[in-house]
Write a protein that binds this ligand. Sequence first.
Ligand code: PGA
Length: 256
Amino acid sequence: MAYKHKVRKPLIAGNWKMNDLKGDARSLAKSIALETKKIDLNCEVLICPPFTVLSGVKNALWGSNVKLGAQDCSWAENGAHTGDISPVMLKEVGCEYVILGHSERRTDHKETSSMVRSKAKAAHKAGLRTIICIGETLAEREAGLAKEVCEKQIMTSVPKESNGGNTVIAYEPVWAIGTGKTPTPDEVEDMHAFIRSVLVKKLGAMPAVRMRILYGGSMKPSNAEQLLSLKDVDGGLIGGASLKVEDFMSIIKKVK
Ligand code: PGA
């Protein structure tokens, strides 16, 4: 398999967010499993459905190379945490990955970067790989603070024992999520290079070079090829377009 970067296998991850009941989730997962079997994959493929359908989706993916992930987890292993789901529970149901610190969780649930770090530590302990999300708001970008904000988020959200095997970073400018807007290719390339440099500072050269940095925010068939070809862009975290088989497959096929 020929990857763009020999040290990092690209990852295309679908974030289904709070969408799909059992029937639709199973048939979407089945179609993705079927379609991915028909092609030579140049990337790892992951889907992250809501908690309630994880088990059914796992069954639907049986025999395929498509991996399963969740969209959040608790920092605790078990105990008195009403409404929470622990990393061990996710592992038991067949998850290999968990998305943490998505901007919608940072906004809706007031999750801070240090909470994200605690969750990441717990997830790693349970043997899950984490996709840690960072990204600036429009106001922060317009104030020239985008890099400062992302650096702070990385420094605080990413546990110090993170490496390319247990952690993926997703750069998702908040203003690009679900809006159809994206930064220019130059802006994405510049930010991804900056993120890599911050990871070097935090974790050292080797873990940083091996860590995948995904772009997320309105990635779709029409812009995926360009975004995925950029240096230091090691795949995508895809929301809306991951809910349509044709769109998700079209993005997967754009990985070179
Ligand atoms: P979007 O969402 O692709 O719909 O913009 C991406 C995300 O929030 O992960």
